[in-house]
Every structure is written in C-alpha cells, then in structure tokens.
Design a protein around this ligand. Structure first.
Ligand code: ADP
Ligand code: ZN
Length: 426
C-alpha cells in the first residue's frame, strides 16, 4: 500500500515542489531566526532573489553544535505558544539536543510515520506493538501517532520488560513490532526459546541504531518475519525521515517532499556521486518550530535515485554504514563497527551477539572483538577465532584479537539502543 501518492510523482514535479518549499524556508529562517539571518548574510544569500534547489550548495551547513550553542530553544522559528511538544536526543553522544514541534509539525510527523508503516506492509486494523521508548526520545511517540493515524491497533508498551513484551506478542497476536535491531534480537531469542508456534508476527520495524544486511538475515532466520529498516533523527523530525519498502528492502525511501537530502564528503562538504557513501545532510522543507538548513547528520550512507520496484520515485538511502561519532580510529585506520558486524555475521558458527573493545598501551591502540558462538559446544573456539581474525584483517587491514565465548556471555539490549563498543582509551 502506498500511503500518499506524492511518493510516486515524477521527479521533475517533486523538484518543483522542493524549489518552492526551499525558498519559503530560507525566507522564514532569515526573517525569524537570528542565527540563520547572520549565516545567510555571511554567505551573501539574498532571500528576495532565490531560485530553489539551484541555491542549495551556497547555503550554510548546520551542525549539532549549533543546536547546543543555542540550547535549549534558541533556534526555534516560532513563539513558544505555538510549540506543543518538546523532544530531545537520547544523548548517545553528550548533552541532549532539544527540538520542538508545532501542531503542523506533529501532523507531518504522523504522516511520514504512517507512510513508513505502509512501506513496511502495515494495513489499517493490524496489531502494532510499539516497543520504542516513550518519553523525550522521539521513537515511541513518533511511531505511536503514525500508527494511530493509519488506524492500527496500537499497544504502547514502550521499550524493555522483555517477559511482558513476549507475553503480549503471543496473547494479543501482535503482527508488527517496532524496536531497535539489537532489541529485536533479544525479543526473537526469547520468543524462540518458548517455541515459534502460535505467533502472528509478520513485520519488525527496526531503527534508531546502525545495523547491517547480515544482521537482517540473522533476525529473519530466527522467525518468519520481514525485518524492515526505518531511519530518523530527532533534529530532523524523529523516526520517519525514511523507511524501506518491504517489496525491495533495498534502501530506505526518503520522504523528500518534507526532507531534502544530500550526501557530501565529510571532509570537504562537497557532494559525492550517487552510489558512493557520504555524510547525509538534511534540510527540513516544511518544519515550523525548528527548521534546519543543511543539517550535517554525521551518518554515512549512499543515495540511489532510481525508481524502485514498489513504484515510488523517491530517493533511497543505503543502510547507515556508521555515524561519524562511532567511527573508531585504530592506528590511523578508520573502522566502523558495522564492518566488524558484517564479518562476524558472515560466519554461520558465530551468533550475532558481539562486543568491540578498544584499548591503548602507550601509543599503541588495539582492537579486540568478543563474539558468542551460535550454539553451545559448537566448533573449536580457537579455530573460529582465527577464521574471524582473518576475515577482519581482510576487511579492515588490521590485526584484531578475537575471543569466542559461550552463548549468553555478553550483554543484551534491554530495550533501547545498545552500544557494542567499549572504548577504554579515554
Ligand atoms: P542520538 O543522537 O542521541 O542517538 P536520536 O535518537 O535522534 O539521538 O538518534 C538519531 C541517530 O540514530 C541517527 O542520527 C543515526 O545515527 C541513528 N539511527 C537512527 N535510525 C537508524 C537506522 N535505521 N540505521 C542506522 N542508524 C540509525
Ligand atoms: Zn521501494
């Protein structure tokens, strides 16, 4: 089901809409937000003389520190009396960044989350268990409103309490569960331990943290479900900036009538060609409370503008390779945790549960990986470790110390984002 026909309009038509919205956005920001007025003036942008998309690359970037420098409400473009909701980032990397929503913003957000659910295969009347955290984190409430808008039966259970999650998945016959990929592993393992009969689960809507194609395969091998990627960040809106279609599961469709996307070289800020990884940059075309111009997400992915088999014409982004903040620099080599995940999950004898430990002795950084075997008393741990070590050397060009552990040795996600990296250098 395609929720909104705007998702299928010819690209030329979409671009005309973006032209118009971008011009209006720049004028609004110039008139209402002192920070942007200064930045636009410095860049010699004349709000009375704009073309639209053609102006994009002349526009200033916005970075996370701009939000922090104006903490909490300094970048808002409307009076507080129009702001009816506040959210903040989960603060994975430092002080939270605060965002606000007008009623119109909440309408758009529900709309893009409804579109996302439709992309995943949801239909009105289905039972939707929302295991994203409710609260300042955008995941829970964002999906909640989208699901209600679509007419799903929403179970607002929030994250955590795995025993209860699993009970309700069975007793309420939940068809769709939304949560982080790491928590999906926890849930699947628990469901499997109780036997897979009697379930009505079809779809997992997974996002809020990086995961790989290999992790998708590992999850889908456990249960007969479609594990579908949803992406978003609080600065731009929350979940529902983009989502995969269940037909192709090949890149997440970006809702470009609201979110204008670019992929740029993280060093130079220049655009990278489609198909090549770059840092994603978003401009909020319609947001009222806190519109952002060319926001540098730190998330790396590639873009594809070819029409999809699902009929949508929107640009798709690949799985996130990693966020800049998560990139480890080991002896001068850039390492994304997702690369390690890809190698480990490529080995059938290993489980998806792993942890990355970085240590420093003197000036020498070392990378160690701990990973659980897939089944207790499986193949020899030393042999597995040396195979994994070889795969990692080929992928990263680094020597990695690998330890294979018995099942259930490593921490599990208990509901939210799970960090698999233990950086002991600082
Ligand atoms: P925080 O920055 O505190 O984690 P958010 O909750 O806004 O705050 O998280 C947004 C970030 O989560 C994104 O910038 C991205 O790094 C990550 N993220 C969200 N969805 C996905 C996804 N589907 N795949 C990979 N990373 C994701
Ligand atoms: Zn598609």
């Amino acid at each position: 089901m395609i929720w909104n026909e705007v998702e299928t309009i010819p690209r030329a038509e979409l671009e005309r809409l973006q032209d118009k919205r971008l011009i209006a956005l720049i004028q609004r920001l110039h008139a209402r937000v002192p920070h942007y007025r200064r930045k636009l003036d410095e860049a010699n942008i004349d709000p009375a003389n704009l073309k639209g998309l053609a102006d994009l690359q002349r526009l200033p970037f916005t970075r996370k520190h701009d939000l922090r420098d104006h903490y909490p409400f300094g970048l808002f473009a409307v009076g507080m009396e129009e702001v009816i909701r506040i959210h903040a980032s989960s603060g994975t990397t430092g002080k939270p960044t605060v965002v606000g929503y007008t009623r119109a913003d909440l309408d758009v957000w529900s709309e893009v989350c409804a579109r996302s659910l439709a992309l995943c295969g949801a239909k009105p009347g289905m039972i939707f268990q929302n295991a994203y955290g409710y609260g300042l984190f955008t995941g829970g409430l964002g999906m909640h409103y989208g699901a209600e808008k679509m007419g799903l039966t929403v179970i607002p259970i929030s994250g955590g309490n795995t025993a209860r999650q699993v009970m309700l998945i069975r007793d309420f016959q939940s068809q769709i569960v939304a949560c982080t990929p790491s928590y999906a592993l926890t849930l699947c393992d628990r469901l499997l331990a109780e036997g897979r009969d009697g379930l009505n689960l079809r779809t997992l809507v997974l996002g809020a943290e990086p995961w790989t194609q290999e992790m998708r395969q590992a999850i889908e091998a456990k249960l007969p479900v479609n594990a579908v990627n949803i992406y978003g960040l609080s600065e731009i809106m929350g979940p529902g900036v983009s989502c995969e279609c269940v037909q192709a599961k090949d890149g997440s469709h970006i809702f470009e009538d609201h979110f204008l996307v670019e992929a740029v070289d993280p060093e130079s800020g220049e655009p990278v060609p489609d198909g090549q990884p770059g840092e994603l940059v978003f401009t909020t075309l319609t947001k009222q409370a806190i519109p952002l111009l060319r926001y540098r997400t730190g998330d790396r992915a590639s873009l594809c503008r070819e029409k999809c088999i699902c009929g949508r014409t929107t640009t798709r982004m690949s799985h996130i390779i990693g966020r800049t903040d998560d990139m480890l620099i080991i002896r001068g080599v850039n390492v994304f945790p997702s690369q390690i995940e890809t190698v480990l999950l490529g080995m059938a004898a290993l489980s998806p549960h792993h942890r990355i430990v970085v240590t420093r002795e003197g000036n020498h950084d070392s990378l160690a990986v701990q990973v659980e075997e897939a089944v207790a008393n499986g193949p020899d741990h030393e042999v597995l470790a040396s195979q994994a070590k070889q795969g990692l050397r080929e992928m990263l060009g680094l020597n990695v110390r690998v330890t294979v552990l018995a099942p259930e040795s490593l921490p599990r996600s208990e509901g939210g984002k799970l960090s698999r990296v233990l950086d002991q250098r600082h």
